[in-house]
Design a protein around this ligand. Structure first.
Ligand SMILES: NC(=O)c1ccc[n+]([C@@H]2O[C@H](COP(=O)([O-])OP(=O)(O)OC[C@H]3O[C@@H](n4cnc5c(N)ncnc54)[C@H](OP(=O)(O)O)[C@@H]3O)[C@@H](O)[C@H]2O)c1
Length: 424
């Protein structure tokens, strides 16, 4: 740790802060006199304005609580201090940002999102553009890098942006046919998520979008492995799934997804070509039929026995790649032609993940290199109004006290198609 540069003439920082600390399994409590996080040289200090609750916050409390650590991984707020080696010259005191941190950190108990101040690497944070609120920013903090690491780093598919973070075309990339390009343009011509949703059917309806009458690959047409344009997002109505749908569309591919029927309108408005109810016993077969037995990529945003079985059933005859957002239940790995993997977003920090198995990972500097590029690249999307659609918000009250109730809601599974956010 080093001494820090000034905070640009803003109010002096307090010596102590309020933070939600892990008390034990399933429990956090509000502490009033916590130290502010110590900054590493490449980090900024952010005064938190809004936090979002991620299922990860509840799960780590249940499975690997670090007593005394600050909880929380998603935030939005204002920069109040800069470390001496922050490279991003757009960052300065007073600038609004949002992002992801590793809450419940085993070795860094003073840092987490559920606090008045949070420290985050200057290369791994988004600038919050004026068209997004702090609440919307907080809701995007984890989904953006998670989709980046899963879909565009570990697989990887063709990047969804052009410009600064763009790398050469990735393996397995296929070019869009003119019909598919036309469909993509039609979808993207519709500007806001609200525009795309009207009040009919499910809890929201959707304006009718022109789509091709048949899937891009005609039924029965043999295809080379890896050339299908379809990507399955299991759990399209999760925050991560919703982000994946949008990004996969921007990559020129064709996402299909599962979710409850009440969320069909939401996922279709975000770009899903078709949605399938995972409660149906024929869900996997239906997807396989729809994708003409060619599906080669499945992102599973739920990753339990049932979800993995459906993904494996849906996968095409040549097999492919399956990515879980949770440790993969090996019992469901029933096909040798499918390569399963599991992503943990915290490896993007390039440091060892010192958690118990199956979460522990060695330091992976290459993950950090990709992540920095991903943040730069997707910042260009975040900056354009209408390019990234945040999830519908469910705004709770009562600040950090409210977050404790929100964690309980999340644990009970009382969250569908919305993101829980709390202003501080
Ligand atoms: N590995 C990582 O680094 C990482 C990072 C971020 C998140 N995650 C994990 O990724 C998952 C998704 O996170 P998120 O924030 O995107 O989720 P979320 O938005 O909180 O997910 C809520 C949605 O999950 C769906 N759902 C709940 N239980 C389900 C089940 N048994 N089967 C199918 N769908 C179910 C519901 O969809 P319907 O209402 O439509 O049924 C609900 O809308 C979580 O497990 C989280 O822990 C992992």
């Amino acid at each position: 740790m080093r001494s820090l540069s000034s905070n640009g003439g803003m109010d002096p920082l307090p010596k102590i802060q309020r933070a939600l600390k892990v008390r034990g399994p399933r429990e956090v409590e509000l502490h009033e006199t916590c130290p502010l996080p110590a900054l590493e040289d490449d980090e900024i200090l952010v005064r938190v304005r809004c936090v979002a609750i991620n299922p990860v916050d509840a799960k780590v409390l249940d499975m690997a609580p670090r007593v005394g650590a600050t909880a929380g991984c998603e935030f939005a707020g204002d920069v109040v201090k800069m470390g001496p080696s922050v490279k991003n010259d757009q960052l300065k005191a007073g600038v609004a940002v949002f992002g992801c941190v590793w809450g419940n950190h085993p070795n860094r108990p003073d840092n987490g999102a559920f606090a008045e101040f949070v420290a985050v690497a200057g290369d791994l944070v988004y600038l919050l553009p004026p068209h997004l609120s702090y609440q919307q920013g907080a809701s995007l903090g984890v989904a953006l890098p998670t989709v980046g690491m899963a879909v565009y780093y570990l697989w990887p598919l063709r990047l969804p942006y052009t410009g600064p973070g763009r790398s050469p075309i990735a393996r397995g990339e296929t070019r869009q046919t003119s019909g598919e390009a036309e469909e993509t343009r039609e979808l993207e011509a519709t500007t806001t998520l609200a525009d795309r949703m009207e009040g009919a059917g499910g809890h929201v309806g959707v304006r009718h979008l022109t789509r091709p009458s048949s899937p891009p690959s005609a039924l029965g047409t043999p295809r080379k492995p890896g050339t299908s344009r379809y990507v399955l997002v299991y759990g399209g109505s999760t925050v991560c799934g919703a982000m994946a749908l949008q990004m996969i569309r921007k990559s020129g591919l064709v996402p299909v997804c599962t979710c409850s029927a009440r969320n069909f309108a939401l996922v279709k408005a975000l770009g899903a070509q078709e949605a399938f109810d995972y409660h149906s016993p024929t869900c996997g077969d239906d997807i396989r039929r729809h994708t003409a037995d060619t599906l080669a990529y499945a992102l599973d945003c739920i990753t339990d026995l049932a979800s993995m079985r459906i993904c494996y059933t849906a996968m095409g005859r040549d097999g492919g790649k399956y990515m879980g957002l949770e440790p993969v239940p090996l019992r469901a790995h029933t096909r040798r032609d499918i390569k399963p993997n599991y992503i943990l977003v915290y490896t993007m920090f390039g440091k060892e993940v010192t958690s118990p198995r199956p979460f522990g990972r060695p330091a992976r500097p290459k993950d950090r290199v990709f992540a920095e590029r991903w943040y730069r690249g997707t910042q260009t999307l975040v900056d354009i109004p209408g390019e990234i659609h945040p999830h519908p918000l469910d705004q709770g009250s009562d600040g950090l006290h409210g977050v404790i109730k929100g964690l309980d809601r999340m644990r009970k599974g009382d969250v569908s198609g919305v993101k829980l956010v709390y202003e501080l």
